[in-house]
Design a protein around this ligand. Sequence first.
Ligand code: GLA
Length: 399
Amino acid sequence: MTIRAAPSDPTREALAQHARAFATAFGPGERPRTFFSPGRVNLMGAHLDYNGGPVMPTAIDRGTFFAARPRADRRLRLASASEAKGCELDLDGPPLERRGKWADYPAGVIELLRRKLPRAGGLDVLFGGNLAVGAGLSSSASICVGTAFVLDRMWGLGLSALDRVNVALAAEREFVGVQCGIMDPHAVGLARAGQLLWLDCKDGTSQHLPLDPARVAIAVADTGVRRELAQGAFNERVTQARAAFEALAPVSPGATCLRDVPLAVFEAERGKLEPLLRRRAEHVLHEVARTFLARRALESGDLALFGQQMFAAHSSLRELYDVSCEELDVLVDAAADSGGVFGARLTGAGFGGCVVMLIDRKQTASVADHVARRFESRFKRRPPIEVFGGDAGPREIFE
Ligand code: GLA
């Protein structure tokens, strides 16, 4: 009889390693509690969240690791397994200030949650993970929602999943100072394994939609391009979309965001819009229509139609929203002619980062090989391509 070893759980193993790194960072003592919080990819609804539209993200099995141990005093010490400059806070002392470092993300969450429990005890927390940072996989929402989860459990706050999402969002907007939309913290905080999240960003309602893992694999190819000024360029898109809405609002009775403007109204008015704002609005309004169509396609099992919407989204992001780059376009074109991909597009804000591909599961290896070769022949380096599993959202991982 052959005895097979139980399948290994990479996240559990990596967290055990993280717990050992904790002892190096903070010294020996009681074993820390360990937690995981995923990243996300967005399959449809590109740049729609801050325009009130629908989005279709899903959490991935790569994310942020946390190891946390209570302290006898009221100090909080934060350190990272990979980054310099942690931070320390005395819970009886003045609030933390923003420093422009990774620790701003958890610090923002701590500042909001410490108010809920004036007698909270001190903690040592080590952060780490296996998610590429700045690659469009939402490392910031992963760390913020995850920190809210860790503090909720360590301090016994009794927060709901939605409370944690909202704290994470407020921390990014108010403390870190990024005008991010609502998609990323919801994608992380409300995740269910093997399901896409349908989030209507106008009213915040959501549903989970199944994606059959036997038929499709989600893979991500990383361009390796990280644009320094991406944050400023993202905020610029938010401002332009708002300006487009302001120009169209007077002729769109009852509209409260760009998503509400009827396509027919936009078509009638397009000649009167400034060209840049016209292109931004055109992307948003057609992407809204594509995202509803993609949902219907998914519900009827038509993955080819779903994938076509992803390719169309990428073209629109390139031509009308100006957030793509040559490396992303080469990856999407390679995916399109690989023969085994339903759809592909840039994920996250763009300006570099990653392409997400929805692949026919049986053809995963040949597609990855084809896409990597095409990229390599153009840029003389191989892009990392990884297949991601789904994820069930932030949780404690027991030994
Ligand atoms: C970034 C933002 C999200 C969303 C996407 C674009 O990832 O954080 O809120 O706007 O870009 O879809």
